[in-house]
Design a protein around this ligand. Structure first.
Ligand SMILES: Cc1ncc(COP(=O)(O)O)c(C=O)c1O
Length: 433
């Protein structure tokens, strides 16, 4: 790999730092948490990423989740090209939007109607507005370590980039916005009951398969308790399936767990690598949105024809066999990573779900944000740097999940596990773990 100081990536980063805050357009791309500079990408091919210096990596970021088919999948490229040739945006309805709404409703049992947005953040923001309008209440109960986009009121104790930068909240959020949010520790039943009783919230908002503090699944019964508490208190249950939707199963975590949301937030895979997200729910509730109802929400590029085409082409390939294959790859990857760490004597917990995993540098299973924050972040950072030096591109933060894709096959699995084993040995030798 080209040296960090004498490469096209380094040159671009220097220029980027002068013109873009931190040199990037989204914080975790900067790789600060793992103590190195970012790589600038030239192109993606299937499961692999090629940087501007010609280095090739097995990619486990895959654009942070949308690329479940891998990079530049021919069916997606063809659909986008065909859509682009007919015009890139109209500000008027298209057939593709109806097809995508029907495809999503066919997969999510709790969703009868859909409103599309351009980002998960917008979908979260609208879900909160809708829940507040429907209940006439203001407070929102959410969980520590979850991330629902950069919505003002949802940044307290958020996961993902805020956790990576060790920010408990963001400056610039008004006291009023922060004051409407009640944060509960993940997997803490008592705290959830107490918070709901005290706040009478408009909504309980959760990632049903939280992946923004690393992957920390719900303990048995926790999602069911959320459903009970929401229904019992007159609150809505908003499940944010921006990561889990169309990934852990066609119908998301709701299909796997049987716990249904009142409002579902979707993103990432639904746009197949182009900017698209959505919120959905029962028709009666969704009809509160303008122009059917009075809850205002809009977007110049919402339901953009290119994004819709990429989303439809992606969903069309996600059949039962595809999900079995992705789950199989994830399981073998998780097993191989556990063995590699054990062989090098490095204590880790590999937590996985179909299509998602996190290697926590911890001696104990991680079940909360506090436990995730207590991981050996230095050892994790050192391991990630070693992986990058060996042709594997992991999410450069302990507070994220790996996103294998359907383009990952035997060759990538072998290369990943060989690199991971060598990286574990290297950090054990350096005394970093
Ligand atoms: C669970 C979850 N919700 C919402 C978002 C926000 O989506 P976007 O980045 O498209 O605004 C993310 C982004 O990573 C996410 O992981």
């Amino acid at each position: 790999m080209a040296s960090l100081t004498d490469s096209r990536s380094a040159e671009l980063y220097a220029r980027a730092l002068a013109r873009m805050p931190g040199g990037v357009n989204s914080p975790v791309r900067a790789m600060r948490a793992i103590g190195r500079d970012p790589l600038f990408v030239d192109r993606g091919e299937g499961a692999e990423l090629i940087d501007v210096d010609g280095n090739r990596f097995v990619d486990y970021v895959c654009s942070w989740g949308p690329l479940i088919l891998g990079h530049a999948h021919p069916a997606v490229i063809e659909a986008v090209q065909a859509a682009a040739a007919r015009g890139t945006s109209f500000g008027a309805p298209t057939a593709g939007e109806v097809d995508l709404a029907e495809a999503v409703c066919g997969r999510f049992a709790s969703v009868e109607m859909l409103r599309m947005t351009s980002s998960g953040t917008e979908a979260s923001m609208t879900a909160l507005r809708l829940a507040r309008a429907a209940t006439g209440r203001e407070k929102i109960v959410k969980f520590a370590g979850a991330y629902h986009g950069h919505v003002d009121g949802l940044l307290a104790q958020a996961g993902s980039g805020l956790a990576t930068a060790a920010l408990p909240a963001s400056p610039g959020v008004t006291a009023a916005a922060a004051g409407d949010t009640v944060v509960v520790p993940w997997n803490d039943e008592q705290a959830l009951r107490e918070a709901v009783a005290a706040a009478s919230p408009a909504a309980i908002l959760a990632e049903p398969m939280p992946a923004n503090m690393g992957l920390v699944p719900a303990r048995a019964g926790f999602l069911e308790l959320m459903r009970e508490e929401a229904s019992g208190s007159g609150a809505l249950l908003i499940l944010d399936e921006v990561i889990s939707g169309f990934r852990v199963a066609g119908g998301g975590a709701q299909e796997l767990t049987g716990v249904a949301a009142d409002i579902t937030i979707m993103g990432k895979v639904i746009g197949g690598g182009l900017p698209a997200a959505a919120l959905g729910g029962p028709a009666e509730l969704m009809r509160m949105l303008a122009p059917a109802g009075e809850v205002y929400q809009a977007g110049t590029l919402s339901g953009n024809p290119l994004a819709v085409a990429a989303g439809l082409a992606t969903l069309a390939l996600l059949d039962e066999t595809a999900y079995l294959r992705l789950a199989g790859y994830t399981e073998r990857l998780a097993g191989g990573l556990r063995e590699a760490a054990a062989g090098a004597g490095v204590p880790v917990q590999v937590q996985s779900a179909p299509g998602l995993l996190t290697v926590f540098f911890s001696e104990q299973p991680v079940q909360s944000f506090e436990q995730a924050k207590a991981c050996d972040l230095e050892a994790h950072a050192a391991w990630c740097r070693e992986l990058l030096g060996r042709g594997v591109y992991p999410p450069p933060s302990q507070f994220e999940a790996w996103f294998p894709s359907l383009a990952h096959g035997e060759d990538q699995l072998e290369r990943t596990l060989a690199a991971a084993e060598a990286a574990f040995v290297a950090i054990a030798d350096q005394g970093a773990a």
